[in-house]
Design a protein around this ligand. Sequence first.
Ligand SMILES: Nc1ncnc2c1ncn2[C@@H]1O[C@H](COP(=O)(O)OP(=O)(O)OP(=O)(O)O)[C@@H](O)[C@H]1O
Length: 751
Amino acid sequence: MTAFEEFGVLPEIGKAIDEMEWTLPTDIQAEGIPLVLGGGDVLMAAETGSGKTAAFCLPIIQIVWETLKDIQSGKTSKVSTSSSTPWTMSMIDRGSALAVAPGGLRVQSREHREWHGGRCTRGVQGSGKYAFEATVTDEGLCRVGWSTLQANLDLGTCKNGYGFGGTGKKSNSKQFNDYGEPFGKSDVITCLLNLDNGEIKFLKNGSDLGTAFSLSKQAQNCAFFPAVVLKNAEMAFNFGAEPFKFPLPQGYVPIKSAPSEKAVVNSNSGDGGGESTVKIINNAPQAIIIEPSRELAEQTSNQIKNFKKYLESPSIRDLLVIGGVNVKEQISTLQNVGADIIVGTPGRLEDLIQGGYLVLSNCRFFVLDEADGLLKQGYTELIERLHRQMPKITADGRRLQMIVCSATLHAFEVKKMAVSEENLSKLKKKLIAYLACEEKLMHFPTWVDLKGEDAVPETVHHVVAMVDPQKDRSWQNLHKHIMTDGVHAQDDVRPGNNSPETLSEAVKMLKGEYCVRAIDQHKMDRAIIFCRTKVDCDNLEKYFKQIDKNKYSCVCLHGDRKPHERKGNLEAFKKASVKFLICTDVAARGLDITGLPFMINVTLPDEKSNYVHRIGRVGRAERMGLAISLVSSVPEKVWYHGEWCKSRGRNCWNTNLVEQKGCCIWYNEPQYLADIEEHLNVTIQQVEPDLKVPSDEFDGKVVYGQKRKLQTSIYENHTAQMAPIVKSLSKLESDAQLLYLKRYLCKLAKA
Ligand SMILES: Nc1ncnc2c1ncn2[C@@H]1O[C@H](COP(=O)(O)OP(=O)(O)OP(=O)(O)O)[C@@H](O)[C@H]1O
């Protein structure tokens, strides 16, 4: 039995792991795998390179395979199919204060301050003209109409919901405009959806109020569901089970009579199942894993392929869903082959879900890898939206499990009260967004948190070299130097002039030199080099090629490179056919390059958690790594293209500062260094401009890229570390018992 099998992993998976020569689970795997196998929601916070990917992939693969096997052998009893679902208001796809009466045709909310909405269990898609009637059965505020599954339950407050309210307003995307006339108690509103021409309109007590909304062609392709939102009000619905009170305009049919091929089940609902026999739905995967970058999604997908290779009859179908790849191929795979586990990036996942090509009705694992990164990239709403669409209890009666992981889940602690008001409020917003995610989306999650704070692995030696153009004047005599980013193109920069602009330009030149010096000093033949901007990456690549294209062979990885080039460049670096990978933060997280010995930060990231992720590209899987950060001692003027920059940096030469409506800022690296040190609670060792790292500092025996000699595994270390704590806990327990006994005996004696 392999060590992994002892943690509950199937022998078939154990065999694949064995072939990868993994002998023991890492700490995070030892703790995380049993928790996921046990059905819990888990938050995994562990250092970079500690094996988090396998900690969630292994148990997911196992459960997905066991479920498929159950389905194959007919053991599973229920799964959602569309034909048996009744047309009612959903008991699940609704706001917490919206009560749905037994039978599902009357809803009520007695909440006075907030709106609470709900949707029907079924909807329509494709073509045809459909209607349902909604009657106001009690005074209060109500809005009724149509929405897609992506819409907020608060109908009419996002682009996917189209409502008509009792105050005589229509609303979509929070735009409330006059429409028809007000309505109230006892009025009957007929809601009409014409999918042939994209028109939504309403009748009040049989009178036609005219077109309310014209749907875009894209919206017309979505599935629409009857929807309502109430504030202290009540409404009753007739989807066509009873004769309508008022006649329908020409060509409209009650929605309940929609042909079966046009009717769809509300996948948010999860209550649409009935007792039908089990069926695997090709485009309804059991697991969705979201990654923040294409490269990372590809890497996780490859790990899954490795782990699942001995799982047969049935085999697991996995699919990678990322941008930059032909969407038609992904759609065709979903339709014809199907997928049980999907790994993807947020944008493409959303496109496929919105287009109806990917449904979430059978999803039972929702994984956010590099969760803080996803939230920082602005995907909070998307994540919540997807979560809303997943059934909280799956068709075979299991609870949706959510797994959230990162090396920097502590990045949101608002430790620093000295930050500016603006930054503080940004940090707080992020914190709130994150907590909301934890509380709203997860169900009593277990924190697997091995350090209690963001930390750098012991296998990473990280040092800082200050770049001081006032002390090191060599920039004045450089015959050949790196092309700089051009922010000082309009400034009077020249040797002898000690202006901030001149010193800033000097730093840029010196950093090119220091980078080459670091490579030479440590005889680096493999390193990942992080620059702040895409143009900095391009300039460094050009400089390397200019000085010696063989000695400094390199490729770039950043957002302006075409997807196939990005892929090819990463592969070339992984295969060691080039020595250096120059990249922006697009590669900061998760990239796993076996035995990578060195990394260089040409500029520190302004986001302190990215420091942890960047340097974590080395020192992975118990191998040693050296990370060198070049830090300017003077302010450096740099590009900063925000939303205000129309081209987002492409051919932008607006060198004014942001305060003057420009696209530049002064970058204060010593401050970022101080922030990082405070966050990690360490003082990072500084080295001289010769970039030598004193060998006695790290016992001199370290070979970067290789495992430390005579080193025991991290897992064994962990046991040793825990031993004194366990001992003191057991002493505490026996002391407590003794105390209790003494008191008890005293009481007895007194009695
Ligand atoms: N039990 C194990 N034994 C040996 N090697 C392992 C084990 N688990 C994972 N690894 C290896 O460790 C490396 C890091 O794993 P992984 O990429 O999952 O780290 P991570 O914790 O997700 O890091 P990051 O936070 O940077 O994303 C990989 O090369 C992986 O193959």
